[in-house]
Design a protein around this ligand. Structure first.
Ligand SMILES: Cc1cc2nc3c(=O)[nH]c(=O)nc-3n(C[C@H](O)[C@H](O)[C@H](O)COP(=O)(O)OP(=O)(O)OC[C@H]3O[C@@H](n4cnc5c(N)ncnc54)[C@H](O)[C@@H]3O)c2cc1C
Length: 491
């Protein structure tokens, strides 16, 4: 039995590994000149490593970590401390540090210290966010699902002005590339819910090297060793359908390929372009038309000196960038000498239409505002990355359009971070989870075999105590305020 996998990003490569392990013959073809999709890197003309963009890993990526272990590359994720720095005007750097305290105390302490130290938004303005944020940490799966009907902006406005929620703005832009009124509230609250599970879960992992370098080659070696074949620069340009199944595909406009099973590991935009009109008689394929790209850009800047010694993620508000790191501190064995800032520019709906040099100038102006050392520094080199960008835009209500991995065509399966999964609205864990699910369904349908490849990230038992603790804390605070008011009135 032969499977043809179309698309060689993380989900395509993981699907290939999974199917080979079930004894299925695999051919995987990729349109691009390199495998790895968006979680990728390459060397530029000077031999410098260019990441497609800064990618971070979280400990709750349990299926990705298991996959990396299987490939023998889990040591390629470099785990750092649970600190997120907020770079502000003139070098002010308050930090969101999750102390080693029992949850949810760790999150309470972390956010209140940040709220106290951050400049530009007063503590009393942020107060209305405390209760709803804490309440969301204890949300059940069904409560989170219901939040998909609202945008984050609409949800926040129920409790106070957006300013109250300003602290989650850089993470919202950095994770979803989408402004608050276009992003589902579920997406961000799902993230808040997960990182508040324990101090350990809020840790960030970086690629210990070029993003593609740490995993792509190992997967391709594994595929080859298991007898799989792969080829790049092989874009699928048409899919033929007859009697409820795929009968073959066209590659690069002329070459025909056939298989018993077809797996699309392409983006929804690529897939919907090459499906025949008849496919859109199925509601399932019509769902693909709801997907829009949330654009991003990435920029790398090499400085002649150190601008900071922080070796974790920075967040910034009201800048052209929002999430970034100085890789000369994260990976000092690779980026020697001065600072090398790797920054995600998002939402990039407008920015992407600017020429590279203007993007660079705006980025540098913001860096100089935030990092005083940059004012004297020289930029040795900079690079804007425009290819392989974006994630799907998780508008409110998008969850219902994410396609299940088993399609109505009897031999076509879908994987990819945009396909249906409860783990997140996209990202590398979603890519691996959906590749596992795809293989589970193929094993069930074609091999009559029950597989359980995915494991669930388990919220700690304390999670059930969040709501009672929040209510108790709110009650105590109310009592204290009441007493102060009484004392004031008695005077
Ligand atoms: C700026 C940026 C920052 C990110 N940061 C993070 C992060 O910090 N943490 C995180 O978890 N995730 C992050 N992500 C998301 C992560 O990169 C993706 O979730 C993941 O790489 C998706 O893998 P995939 O296989 O589903 O899709 P892709 O990587 O997009 O793979 C799809 C593949 O299909 C190929 N293809 C397309 N059309 C055809 C065709 N016609 N024929 C054959 N092949 C085709 C494409 O070339 C591509 O290689 C980020 C993404 C971006 C853009």
């Amino acid at each position: 039995m032969k499977a043809l996998i179309m698309g060689g990003g993380m989900s395509g490569l993981a699907a290939a590994v999974n199917l080979l392990e079930q004894g299925i013959e695999v051919e995987i073809i990729e349109a691009d000149e390199i495998f790895g999709g968006r979680a990728n890197s390459w060397l530029d003309e000077d031999g410098d490593m260019i990441d497609n963009a800064l990618h971070v890993f979280f400990p709750y990526y349990v299926n990705l970590i298991a996959f990396f272990k299987k490939m023998g590359i889990s040591q390629n994720i470099l785990w750092k401390s649970t600190d997120f720095y907020f770079a502000q005007e003139n070098g002010h750097q308050p930090v969101l540090h999750f102390p080693n305290l029992p949850a949810p105390l760790h999150a309470g302490v972390a956010f209140s210290k940040l709220a106290r130290d951050i400049k530009g938004v007063s503590l009393w303005k942020m107060a209305p966010a405390a209760l709803p944020m804490a309440w969301s940490m204890g949300a059940s799966k069904s409560e989170l699902d219901e939040m998909d009907e609202l945008s984050l902006g609409e949800w926040a406005r129920r409790f106070g002005p957006w300013e109250a929620f300003k602290l989650i703005e850089p993470a919202t832009h950095g994770l979803t590339f989408t402004p608050k009124y276009a992003i589902s509230a579920k997406v961000m609250m799902n993230w808040v819910h997960k990182i508040s599970a324990s101090p350990e879960v809020a840790r960030i992992g970086f690629a210990n090297g070029g993003l593609g370098e740490i995993w792509v080659g190992s997967c391709l070696d594994y595929i080859k060793k298991k007898g799989g074949v792969y080829a790049a620069k092989q874009a699928v340009t048409a899919i033929d359908i007859e009697d409820g199944k795929v009968t073959g595909v066209t590659v690069e406009g002329s070459q025909k390929k056939t298989a018993d099973i077809y797996v699309s590991a392409m983006s929804p935009y690529a897939l919907r372009k090459i499906l025949p009109a008849a496919a859109f008689r199925y509601d399932y394929f019509q769902d693909l038309t709801f997907f829009e790209n949330a654009p991003s850009l990435s920029i790398q800047l090499w400085f002649d000196r150190k601008l900071t010694d922080i070796d974790v993620t920075f967040f910034s508000m009201d800048c052209i960038f929002n999430t970034y790191a100085d890789l000369s501190n994260v990976l000092p064995h690779i980026f020697k000498g001065g600072s090398m800032f790797e920054m995600v520019l998002s939402p990039a709906d407008a920015t992407r239409h600017l020429p590279d040099e203007i993007i660079f100038e705006k980025t540098l102006a913001d860096i100089k505002r935030l990092f005083p050392a940059a004012r004297e520094a020289t930029v040795k080199k900079w690079k804007v990355v425009r290819e392989r960008q974006g994630v799907y835009r998780a508008f409110p209500g998008m969850e219902r359009h994410r396609p299940y991995q088993r399609s109505p065509l009897s031999n076509l399966y879908l994987t990819g971070d945009y396909t249906k999964t409860h783990v997140s609205s996209g990202g590398m864990e979603a890519a691996i989870w959906t590749a596992n699910k795809c293989a589970e369904l193929i094993a069930q349908d074609k091999l009559n075999k029950q597989l359980a490849l995915n494991t669930e990230f388990k919220m700690p038992a304390w999670n059930r105590l969040v709501r009672p603790s929040v209510m108790a804390a709110a009650g105590l605070a109310g009592l204290k305020i009441g007493r102060s008011v009484l004392r004031f009135l008695k005077r």
